[in-house]
Design a protein. Structure first.
Lengths: 78, 333
């Protein structure tokens, strides 16, 4: 195991890992993200020293099939 | 773990839930119409599974069969991925414009028949395709989305349809970097906060692409604000569902169930790998990559890279940041 620090800033808003075997990249990791805390109440950081788990990935709408609306193929790629 | 220090029984209290999943505080605000009397109760409801209890699972969630431009039936594909390729999870994603509703039903039936909880889990879906915007995999939805893509700039219509009828999981496919085509890759990954909530994955390397253009697109998308985690898929068009090469989606899960798999993929606890069994565990301040947004500047990270195959020796780790800059290189790990 190796330990290291990351220092987020406006210039370093995300980090991911590229793990290599020689010159060949074998693994690309998921990133960690940074969002600057939102200031509220006269400049007090509402979320300072807190990290949050993004709920940006959650949706809950009902899904339903409404028929095939056709398509335009995939010749551009493959 | 379950802590319970005080119980509030009044139904007149408003409940504010702070923090998703790791619910640390319930704040009960007593009937504000009365005396604005505020009570703070401490109810720690920690049902997060410790990171040490997670395991990594390997799969392939981009593949075709004869229902579009691949080979074999859906049932053959799901069985092959389980019994021959020995994947932990698998999904067929035939081209939507070639797939009939009956064939999608057959795909769903095959996915349901072949899954074995704890051993082999399945998803199902299709590949939406546009010659202008590129392709995306839509999982666990039976809605066939419009593809009006020969008309210029119909992206807003497509996005509106996605938001109204969201797939359970969505993935940007084979994002070959090509900045000379302004509308390609969904307008060069122009940020859309509503669609960002729907898309959790991006292919970075697939069986078709050996160069680094996918990674350049990954960087481009992250720079523009998308929250995406990388996956490596085989995009099979032959009867080699999962055995084509070492390309794998790796995902960290508390257990191998369909619900857990969907949750892990949606939250982005993945890595993209060309090695079929390398284990990469990367936590910062005890949180998983992919699903964590920090609001503090300094975090401490721990990385474990291990491989059951003694011949697989990894030589360096590069930490990549905004703009694709190499922030740090680690050679001793």
């Amino acid at each position: 195991m190796v330990g290291f620090n990351l220092n987020f800033s406006e210039d370093n808003k995300w980090f991911y890992l590229r793990i290599k075997k020689g010159d060949e990249v074998i693994v690309w990791s998921a990133p960690f993200y940074y969002e600057k805390p939102v200031s509220m109440d006269g400049g007090i950081d509402a979320a300072s020293d807190e990290d949050i788990i993004s709920d940006a990935f959650y949706v809950g709408e009902k899904l339903g099939y409404e028929g095939n609306n056709g398509g335009c193929g995939c010749s551009f790629l493959r | 773990m379950f802590y319970f220090t005080e119980i509030c029984t009044s139904t007149k209290y408003l409940i504010f839930l702070y923090k998703f999943l790791k619910i640390e505080y319930f704040v009960f605000v007593k009937n504000v119409l009365k005396k604005f009397e505020v009570f703070l109760f401490f109810l720690v409801f920690d049902f997060v599974v410790e990171a040490s209890e997670y395991k990594v699972y390997f799969g392939n969630i981009h593949a075709h069969c004869e229902y579009s431009d691949g080979k074999g039936t859906a049932l053959e594909a799901y069985i092959y991925a389980r019994d021959v390729a020995k994947l932990h999870f698998f999904s067929l994603t035939d081209h939507m414009e070639q797939l009939t509703p009956d064939e999608l039903s057959e795909t769903i039936r095959a996915a349901e028949e072949t899954r074995i909880e704890g051993i082999y889990e399945t998803l199902w879906g299709f590949e939406w395709g546009s010659p202008i915007y590129n392709h995306s995999n839509m999982f666990m939805t039976e809605r066939f989305y419009s593809v009006d893509c020969y008309v210029n700039d119909r992206i807003k219509k497509f996005y509106a349809e996605l938001i109204r009828y969201p797939p359970v999981i969505m993935q940007f496919n084979h994002p070959d970097y090509n900045p000379n085509l302004p509308m390609y890759n969904y307008h060069q990954y122009e940020y859309n906060k509503d669609v960002d909530k729907l898309v959790s994955l991006i292919e970075i390397k697939s069986a078709f692409d050996k160069d680094d253009r996918h990674e350049m697109s990954y960087i481009q998308a992250l720079d523009k604000g998308w929250h995406l985690s990388p996956v490596c898929n085989q995009d099979n068009h032959d009867s080699d569902w999962g055995s084509k090469n070492g390309c794998r989606v790796a995902v960290w899960l508390p257990s191998l169930t369909r619900e857990s798999l969907i949750e892990g993929l949606k939250r982005g606890r993945t890595y993209s790998t060309w090695n079929q069994n390398v284990i990469v565990k990367w936590l910062c301040d005890g949180r998983w990559a992919g699903e964590t947004v920090f609001t503090k500047e300094m975090v401490h990270c721990e990385l474990i890279v291990s491989d059951p195959d003694e011949t697989d020796m990894y030589t360096s780790v590069e930490v990549i940041t905004t703009g694709g800059k190499v922030y740090k290189t680690i050679n001793d790990f």
